[in-house]
Write a protein of this length. Sequence first.
Length: 335
Amino acid sequence: MKRCVAGATGGIVLLLALFHPALAAEKEQTFLAITTGGRKSTAYQIGLDLKDLSKGYNLHLAACPSKGSVENIFAVSQRPGNHLGIVQTDVLAFVSKFNADPQLARIEKTVRWVYPLYRQEVHLLASDIVSHFSDLSGKRVGIGPPESGSYLTSRLLFEIADVTPQQLFILDDARALAALKAGTLDAMLVIDGMPVKRLVSGIQPADRLHLVPITHKGIRSFYPAARIPAGTYAWQTADVETVSVGTVLVAYNFHDYHCDAIGELAYLIRENLSWLKANGHPKWRTVNLDADVQGWRPYDCVTGYIPPVDLRANQSLRANPSNPVAKAIQTVFRP
């Protein structure tokens, strides 16, 4: 992924200046960037929701698409301009377990967690010849690229369940879905928070694809049980039992002005969580910001952040989501 650069929203600034020329004398916007996932991923939509939230508070947040969690944690640790990222908990656990590697040790040292977020369900999508996870032995299975969290989770699931596919195809979700429809794959794994945009819009009943339950006891000793309710996708007629993996918002361990900027963003997320639940991706409704992230240190720029008086006073400026005029304005300015 190319470096994500947080740019100014010139159109909005110009619009405001037409009404309030004195705004030019105010303090400059604060710029941050968050690496997320593919453009049709839940993580990317979560990033856009945070971008939308931050617009009203002199904070410009760029939501940057990426290949997934593995790329995100590396980007936050190593790439200037990638301040925050959304990372799966099993990727964090992997880095901690193998921190004897100097590069992984550096990542563990320089990355801190901001908030736990939502859980991603494991979607095992397959043709009619696959009914159980164990049926993947000897089959052609699509998994995500090595930079994605899906790649790691898929490999761990195969290892835990002692399943050996005939061939693994390293493909992004779009290409894997096309191959599955064409019959050159028997199944694919999509690890993302439901509803997954690509699975909503990219599959029709005529494709004759279905979600396969994952109930293996060994897998469930590592990954919590989850359920994809019937009707989550128009082509899905029954509940599907599966497992899930958590996600975490992480940040580089800055000690400069970015420290306050990330602290401010975290404060705004907490203070406006009800707005995010009402206006953002449905996964916001499951978020518990007070949950713990085992094995990793919280970011002290978040836990110790004290908002300035003007930021606390401006909390009342966030429009009531039930106001239709406010919702129309938010729609116009939504990316």
